[in-house]
Ligand binder design. Structure first.
Ligand SMILES: [Cu+2]
Length: 478
C-alpha cells in the first residue's frame, strides 16, 4: 500500500466524520430556527432516531471505504455507485416527480378536490407557527354535554314568559293543573348555533401530541338540539390562528353541500347561513373543505339532533359519544408530536380509533343509577370504519336504526351499526350496578382506543344477576 493512498484514505475518513458532525449541527440549528426549543422538544424522539440512523450509516460507510481500500477493489466501489443509481431509478420512475414534493410523498388521489398530501411549504409553515397554536388540556368532549330537550329551553322569549307565568299560577294555586313542561309546538322557532373552527395541540394519550382541527376546541364538536320545523341560524367563525380554511356541512340541512358551499371561512373570517330543519333525526355535521377526509380525520365532526314535533320520550340520562379515527406517522403509542399520516388514511389503517377524540375520551365520565333509563346519541366521524356499537352487559331495548326518527324502531338489539358519517340512537334501562363498557365490537379497534364506560351505582337485585365477584387472575398470558 503506498503512502499517497493512505493519506487520501485518512482525508476521506475525516471528510466523512466532518460531514456527519456538520449535518447534525445543521439539522439542530434548522429545527431550532424554524420552531424554537418547543419544536425541538416535540421532535426529540424522531431526532434521536435520525441521529442513531445516520451514526450507523456513517460508521458502515467508514467501514466500507476502508474495506474497498484494503482490497484494492476500486471497481467494487464503482459497482456500488451503479447499484445505488439503479435502485433510485427503479423507485422513482414508476411514481414520477409530481407527488415527490409533498408530504407524504407520492400520495395521489382520484377524489373530487385536492388530494390528502400537503405541499412541503405547508409543513414548514406549521412548524414555524407551532407556538401560536392553543394547547388544549383535554380534547375529549364530555359525553354528559347534551343540552336539555328544546321544549325546556325554547328560544322564543314569549314562550318563556308564558311558561313562567303558568308555573307561577300553579305555584300560588291560581291554576290547578297544567302541563307546563310541554308547550305547544311552533313551526319556525329560530335556533342560533355558534361554531368556531380551531387548530390546536392536544394529547392523544400522555406524551403523544397531535394537531387536532376542531369545532369549538373539542372532539367531537358541540351537540346541538333543535326541533323539526325550526329555522337553524348557523354562525361559523374560523379562529385567526388557523392555517387552513374550514366550513360546515350539516347532514340535517337540505341545500347545496348542507351549507358547505356558503360557509367556507378563511382564518379570522365569520359567515352565517340558515336552514330549515325539515326532517327529524340525529345528524352528523362535519367540515367539508377539501381534502374532506383529512379535515374529518383531524377531528372536525359533531352531531345535531332534530327532535320530532312532540319531542322524544323522556329519559333519565342522555349521553353523547362519537367514534373517530386518527392517523399518525408514528405507530401506536409512539410519543412526541405526531404528524398526520395521509398515506395511512389512504390505506385505511387508523393508528387510533377513539370515542370522543382520544383513547379513554369517555372512560369514567358517564354515571347512572340502577333504574335509570339511558339514551345514547352515538355518531361516527369515520373516515374508514363503520362502528359495531355495543355495550358489554346490556341490551338495547330500543334502537332508532341509523338514527332514523319516525321510521322503524328495533327492539332488543345487542350490537348496532353506526355508519361512517352516520349515527344511531340507543336506549336501555340499567338494572344492575357495575361498570358497563361500551365498545366498537370489531374488537381490534378497542385496543386502538375505541371504548368507554358507564358506571352504574345502586342496589344489586340478585334475581336479575347473581354470581361470585371474587377477582381471579385471568390475564390469559400464562
Ligand atoms: Cu376543516
Amino acid at each position: 500500500m503506498n503512502r499517497e493512498k493512505i493519506v487520501s484514505l485518512q482525508t476521506l475518513s475525516w471528510f466523512l466524520v466532518g460531514t456527519f458532525v456538520v449535518s447534525v449541527v445543521a439539522v439542530l440549528l434548522g429545527v431550532v430556527s424554524i420552531g424554537g426549543i418547543e419544536l425541538f422538544q416535540f421532535l426529540q424522539i424522531a431526532l434521536l432516531q435520525a441521529f442513531g440512523l445516520s451514526l450507523a450509516a456513517t460508521a458502515s460507510l467508514f467501514f466500507f471505504i476502508r474495506l474497498v481500500w484494503r482490497l484494492h477493489a476500486i471497481p467494487m466501489g464503482i459497482s456500488m455507485i451503479f447499484f445505488s443509481i439503479g435502485i433510485m431509478l427503479f423507485v422513482s420512475v414508476s411514481v414520477g416527480s409530481l407527488y415527490a414534493f409533498q408530504y407524504p410523498m407520492y400520495v395521489q388521489s382520484f377524489g373530487p378536490g385536492a388530494g390528502p398530501g400537503l405541499p412541503f411549504k405547508n409543513v414548514i409553515t406549521f412548524f414555524k407557527q407551532l407556538e401560536q397554536f392553543e394547547n388544549v388540556s383535554d380534547i375529549a368532549r364530555d359525553p354528559n354535554d347534551v343540552p336539555p330537550p328544546t321544549n325546556v329551553l325554547t328560544s322564543d322569549p314569549e314562550y318563556k314568559s308564558a311558561l313562567t307565568m303558568l308555573d307561577d299560577m300553579v305555584t300560588n294555586g291560581t291554576l290547578a293543573l297544567v302541563a307546563s313542561s310541554t308547550p305547544p309546538d311552533v313551526d319556525g322557532a329560530v335556533r342560533e348555533l355558534h361554531l368556531e373552527t380551531t387548530e390546536v395541540l392536544a394529547e392523544i394519550a400522555p406524551g403523544i401530541v397531535f394537531n387536532y382541527w376542531t369545532f369549538n376546541s373539542t372532539v367531537p364538536g358541540p351537540f346541538f338540539r333543535v326541533r323539526e320545523g325550526d329555522i337553524v341560524k348557523v354562525t361559523i367563525k374560523n379562529n385567526e390562528s388557523s392555517l387552513h380554511h374550514h366550513n360546515v356541512d350539516f347532514h340535517a340541512a337540505t341545500g347545496p353541500g348542507g351549507g358547505g358551499k356558503v360557509s367556507v371561512v378563511a382564518p379570522g373570517e365569520t359567515k352565517e347561513f340558515t336552514f330549515k330543519a325539515l326532517n327529524p333525526g340525529l345528524f352528523v355535521y362535519h367540515c367539508a373543505v377539501p381534502n374532506m377526509a383529512v379535515h374529518m380525520a383531524h377531528g372536525m365532526y359533531g352531531l345535531i339532533l332534530v327532535e320530532p314535533k312532540g319531542g322524544l320520550p323522556e329519559v333519565d340520562k342522555e349521553f353523547y359519544v362519537m367514534q373517530g379515527e386518527l392517523f399518525t406517522t408514528g405507530s401506536i403509542g409512539r410519543r412526541g408530536l405526531q404528524a398526520f399520516d395521509a398515506k395511512k388514511m389512504m390505506e385505511s389503517v387508523p393508528t387510533y380509533v377513539t370515542f370522543n377524540g382520544r383513547p379513554d375520551g369517555t372512560v369514567g365520565k358517564m354515571k347512572a343509577e340502577v333504574g335509570d333509563r339511558i339514551r345514547m346519541y352515538v355518531g361516527n366521524g369515520g373516515v374508514v370504519h363503520n362502528s359495531s356499537f355495543h355495550v358489554v352487559g346490556e341490551i338495547f331495548d330500543t334502537v332508532y336504526p341509523e338514527a332514523s326518527i319516525g321510521g322503524a324502531i328495533f327492539r332488543n338489539v345487542q350490537t348496532t351499526n353506526v355508519p361512517a358519517g352516520g349515527a344511531t340512537i340507543v336506549e336501555f334501562t340499567v338494572d344492575y350496578p357495575g361498570t358497563y363498557v361500551l365498545v366498537d365490537h370489531a374488537l381490534m379497534r378497542t385496543d386502538r382506543g375505541a371504548w368507554g364506560t358507564i358506571e352504574v351505582t345502586g342496589e344489586a337485585d340478585p334475581t336479575i344477576f347473581d354470581g361470585d365477584f371474587t377477582e381471579h387472575n385471568h390475564e390469559g398470558h400464562h
